[in-house]
Design a protein. Structure first.
Ligand SMILES: Nc1ncnc2c1ncn2[C@@H]1O[C@H](COP(=O)(O)OP(=O)(O)OP(=O)(O)O)[C@@H](O)[C@H]1O
Ligand SMILES: [Mg+2]
Length: 140
């Protein structure tokens, strides 16, 4: 399953959700899990590896059962074979709507999760963003 976590407001819990989903999925130890960090802040990458990545497409394998890839340039997402070894791919993206739309278009997720917090900003513009996503997916 491919799960993309996106939100146009910062600090709402995207990374927290992404790392927990990856951790929970890895817990049974059977499936191969990729956590793809598409945020230049590299918070997901640093959470699992305790290291700061030095270059784009840096991969750390077997971090508590999770392979973690820092792909802040959003490279090779539409190449289906590139990540075909994984049973589950969880993608943590930054707040730029254009970046989220690119990732969603190219990786074709099964699920898109959009966390919201108590602040109005996390729901402001949400209808427009959802509409853009729906159009990109050809599903109005
Ligand atoms: N469900 C939650 N309940 C309470 N606090 C939370 C929850 N999820 C995340 N937080 C806290 O909110 C803060 C922001 O979380 P996080 O870094 O996951 O957000 P983010 O959306 O990834 O931020 P950014 O836009 O900077 O990437 C952190 O301090 C985190 O511990
Ligand atoms: Mg984050």
């Amino acid at each position: 399953m491919k799960i993309v976590i996106a939100q146009h407001k910062g600090g709402v819990g995207k990374t927290t959700l992404a790392v927990h989903i990856a951790g929970v999925l890895a817990d049974n130890g059977l499936d191969k899990i990729l956590l793809m960090d598409c945020d230049s802040q590299s918070d997901s990458f640093r959470f699992f590896t305790k290291q700061i990545p030095s270059k784009s497409m840096e991969l750390k394998e077997g971090m508590d059962g999770v392979d973690v890839l820092w792909n802040y340039k959003r490279e090779k997402l539409s190449n289906k074979n590139r990540f075909s070894e994984y049973d589950h791919i969880i993608v943590d993206i930054d707040t730029r709507v254009q970046n989220a739309l690119q990732v969603i278009t190219e990786i074709e997720p099964d699920i898109i999760l959009i966390p919201v917090d108590k602040q109005y900003l996390s729901v402001e513009h949400l209808p427009e963003v959802l509409s853009l996503i729906a159009r990109k997916r050809g599903n109005n």
